[in-house]
Structures are given as structure tokens and as C-alpha cells.
Design a protein around this ligand. Structure first.
Ligand SMILES: [Zn+2]
Length: 469
């Protein structure tokens, strides 16, 4: 850079500082009451005080400043206050991660602080103070204020506040009450994404990589298969209409399962699912824990029929997905078909007796154009699936079959014979509920699992009462 330009830059900086100093001393942006002047109030969504400003902030607040200055020139008495957003979980998350020694967070915040502080000891002292979330909010709101001043924004600093101030909270409470009175909002019981470590609701912004993995609440139907009087194995499904084609139940033999008293009944579900259903409003009391092997070879009934089906080992079953119990419909689910073929080929390898599996055959219950009698078998052959371990091929086969069955499948058996698959689901759920055999189970769905909060806590679905929406 040329020396002339350097000098020119220094001169500009000096002029800038001189005028900013004068504005401050004379309080030209203070907006004192002037009854004879027309009033103008402007506010811009306040910055979240969890880090320094970025270029997008520069654009947003410059827009507000331009309008404020224009109105002043037009003779208005302009009030342009500024606040700092300090509520919500992101600031708490920063403190929690620093307290836990999370290297990435420590590195990032050290960098942020060093943008403002030269002395390494000062940087360390401020970083240490970030273990308390209040200090994170105070530090960043203070440096952002200085940055706004350096940009020359015509802010009415006498009216500075934060979203943590009691006056502000009273205002928000008033707003909610007013909207409620007018009937624009309501309260109710609602399933939401929930962090188990912080014990609070979380949104996409609170979840690690949330904008990429798209976490959502998904509703499963839990179907109760009876083992004996008042003892149920609760299998979770997204396709309850396939209940008519169930041939067996899959349990992860190495997984941990729990016998628990749930709302007065006795349920067997995975150990991982206990905390989830507790948070979903079920009254749960754990009686006993055991490995999946204990269930293998036992038989359950099939709701609405007089059939009995065996419980078989399915190493692919994820005990942390819904109830960790899955029912098998090999005629219409490629995973189930591949697993059944494997276990029939070599029952000994899976630790089951030949007699239990040799009689098992897929039960076709849905007819679709362009498929043979067993759509899952067709799809496995089309995608070249050789065993239950070929996950990529099985995913493709599953997607294809589920889509085709949903849009063009028709039930061929049972009380809903001739119903289209796309219409029948609520009817089947109602029918199962009528027999006391269906419950709602919520699970987190995401493009990639596990779903973890920024604080490091596990994210589940909780059902909370008195939620505003
Ligand atoms: Zn959390």
C-alpha cells in the first residue's frame, strides 16, 4: 500500500474518532423528550451475544442506522434503542462445553476474545470466566457495543437492555397473555425435541449439525404383542397396517431389555427406551433387566388373530430406536425377508432351533401392480441382496417397496381387505386401540444419528404439558 494511502486512511480515522467523540459528549442520539417534535421509533432485531459480530450484522444494523439518520434529518425526534439477546440455550451451551473442557469450543472462544485483547493472560482470564454463562453474555454484549460505536451507529444507548432484564421478561409475559386472551395462541400437550442433560426443549439451532441432519419428531405406533396375561412385548412400527403379515418378532440378542410396570401393565422393551417413554408421559417402574437372549424362542400372540409367532434373534435391531422391539413382515419388508432367509439357512449360527424357523414363510397381505406375490423378495432380487448385512442395497430395496406399496398397494386380507394402503393406517390404529393393543411412541428422526445437543446431551422426544403453540 502506498504511503499516501496510509496517510489518507489515518486522517479519515482521526476525523471519524473526533466526530464520534463529539456525538457522545453532546448526547446527540439520546432522544430526549421534545413535545413539539414528531416522534419516530426504530428497532432492529437485537444481536445474540454469543460471539463477535460478523459481516451480516454490519449490513443489518447499517440499514437501521441509515433509516434513523434519514428520519432525524427530516426533523423527527428518533428513538433507536439497542438490546442484546441473551436468553435461550446457545449461551448456556458455550459455558457447559467450556466447563467440560471441549477443545473445539475453547479454541473458538479463545480466538473470539483475542480479536479484542492482546494480552494472553487477559484472554485466559476472560475465557475462564466464560464457565459462567452470564459472563459470556456480558463480554460479547460489551464488545459488540464498542463495535457499533466504531461503526458510528446513531444508537440511543441510554435505552440499552437485554432479554434477561426483569422488565423485558414482564413485557414478554404480558404479550403472551394478551395473545392468549385474543385467542391467537393456545396451550396444550405436545411432543418436542428435548435435551436429557439440560432437561429442556431444543430446536434445530441447539443441536450439533442440526441444519444438516434435520432432526424431527417422528410418531411410531407401539403394538402390544401378548406373551402371557398382562405381559406385553411392545414392538414399534411406522406401518401398522402390516400387522396382518407378521411372522415373528425380532429382538437384538446382545441388547439389554427391561421388564417394567407401565401404566399398570407389564411391558418388555429395550433398556434404552425406558427414559424416553418416561419423558413421554408414561408411568414407568423398572422391575428387571436382562439380555435379549432370554426372550429368544418364546412365543407371542398376534393382536386380532389366534396365531402365535416366535421371538427370533435380529442382530440388526437398534435397541436405541423406539422400543428396540421390531415385528417381522418378510413378504413386504426387505430387511425382514433377508433376515428370515439367513436364519432359515443356518439356524444354529443364530442360536435358534431348526424346528422354530423351518415352518416360517412370508405371509403376503398387500397386492401391487408390477410385483410378484412377495414384493420384498422381488426387491431383494432386483437389488442383488445376498444377506441381511448388505445395508446399502437393503435401504434401496426398502425405499422402493415402501413407496410402491404406499401409493398403489391394496390390502388382500383381514378386516380391512380391499382398502388402499395410503388410506388404511388411521383405521388400523383405531382398530388396535379398540383392543387396547396400540400406543403412541415418539422417536427422533434425522438424516444422521445419534442426535446430540450442543451441550453434549442426548436428544430424545419428550411430551410436555402446557406448551404454547
Ligand atoms: Zn443440551
Amino acid at each position: 500500500m502506498s504511503k499516501d494511502f496510509e496517510n489518507f486512511k489515518m486522517t479519515l480515522r482521526r476525523i471519524e474518532k473526533k466526530w464520534q467523540e463529539k456525538w457522545r459528549k453532546q448526547g446527540v442520539f439520546d432522544a430526549k423528550p421534545e413535545p413539539n417534535k414528531r416522534k419516530y421509533f426504530i428497532t432492529v432485531p437485537y444481536p445474540y451475544a454469543s460471539g463477535p459480530l460478523h459481516i451480516g450484522h454490519g449490513r443489518t444494523y447499517t440499514t437501521g442506522d441509515v433509516i434513523a439518520r434519514y428520519k432525524r434529518m427530516k426533523g423527527y425526534n428518533v428513538l433507536f434503542p439497542m438490546a442484546f439477546h441473551i436468553t435461550g440455550t446457545p449461551i448456556e451451551g458455550i459455558s457447559a462445553r467450556i466447563r467440560a473442557g471441549d477443545e473445539e469450543s475453547i479454541k473458538r472462544n479463545r480466538y473470539y476474545i483475542s480479536l479484542y485483547e492482546d494480552d494472553p493472560e487477559t484472554v485466559d482470564r476472560i475465557l475462564k470466566s466464560f464457565e459462567n454463562p452470564r459472563n459470556v453474555a456480558n463480554y460479547f454484549s460489551s464488545v459488540i457495543s464498542s463495535d457499533f460505536d466504531a461503526l458510528g451507529f446513531s444508537i440511543t444507548w441510554k435505552r440499552r437492555f437485554t432479554t434477561g432484564d426483569p422488565e423485558y421478561n414482564a413485557f414478554i409475559t404480558w404479550q403472551f397473555k394478551r395473545l392468549y386472551e385474543l385467542g391467537h395462541i393456545t396451550t396444550g400437550t405436545y411432543p418436542i425435541l428435548y435435551c436429557l442433560k439440560e432437561e429442556n426443549a431444543v430446536g434445530e439451532d441447539d443441536i450439533l449439525g442440526g441444519d444438516e441432519i434435520k432432526p424431527e419428531v417422528m410418531e411410531y405406533v407401539g403394538i402390544k404383542f401378548k406373551l402371557n396375561d398382562n405381559l406385553y412385548l411392545v414392538a414399534a412400527t411406522l406401518r401398522p397396517e402390516t400387522i396382518f403379515g407378521v411372522t415373528n418378532i425380532w429382538i437384538n440378542p446382545e441388547g439389554q431389555y427391561t421388564l417394567a410396570r407401565v401404566n399398570g401393565e407389564r411391558w418388555i422393551i429395550s433398556k434404552d427406551s425406558i427414559i424416553k417413554i418416561e419423558r413421554q408421559g408414561y408411568k414407568v417402574e423398572v422391575v428387571e433387566e436382562f439380555s435379549g437372549w432370554k426372550l429368544i424362542g418364546k412365543y407371542t400372540d398376534v393382536p386380532g388373530s389366534d396365531r402365535k409367532v416366535p421371538i427370533l434373534p435380529g442382530p440388526f435391531v437398534d435397541t436405541d430406536e423406539a422400543t428396540g422391539v421390531v415385528y417381522s413382515v418378510p413378504a413386504h419388508a426387505p430387511y425382514d425377508y433377508a433376515a428370515l432367509v439367513d436364519i432359515k439357512r443356518n439356524p444354529g449360527e443364530y442360536g435358534v432351533k431348526k424346528e422354530i424357523v423351518e415352518m416360517l414363510e412370508p405371509i403376503p397381505i398387500i397386492r401391487i401392480e408390477g410385483y410378484d406375490i412377495y414384493p420384498a423378495k422381488d426387491a431383494c432380487e432386483k437389488y442383488g441382496v445376498k444377506s441381511q448385512l448388505e445395508k446399502d442395497k437393503l435401504e434401496k430395496a426398502t425405499e422402493q417397496v415402501y413407496k410402491d406399496e404406499y401409493y398403489s398397494g391394496v390390502l388382500t386380507v383381514g378386516p380391512f381387505k380391499d382398502w388402499r394402503v395410503s388410506d388404511v393406517k388411521p383405521k388400523v390404529v383405531e382398530w388396535l386401540e379398540g383392543m387396547g393393543r396400540a400406543v403412541k411412541i415418539y422417536e427422533v428422526s434425522a438424516l444422521k444419528k445419534p442426535v446430540v445437543c450442543r451441550c453434549g446431551g442426548k436428544v430424545i422426544v419428550a411430551v410436555l404439558e402446557n406448551q404454547w403453540f
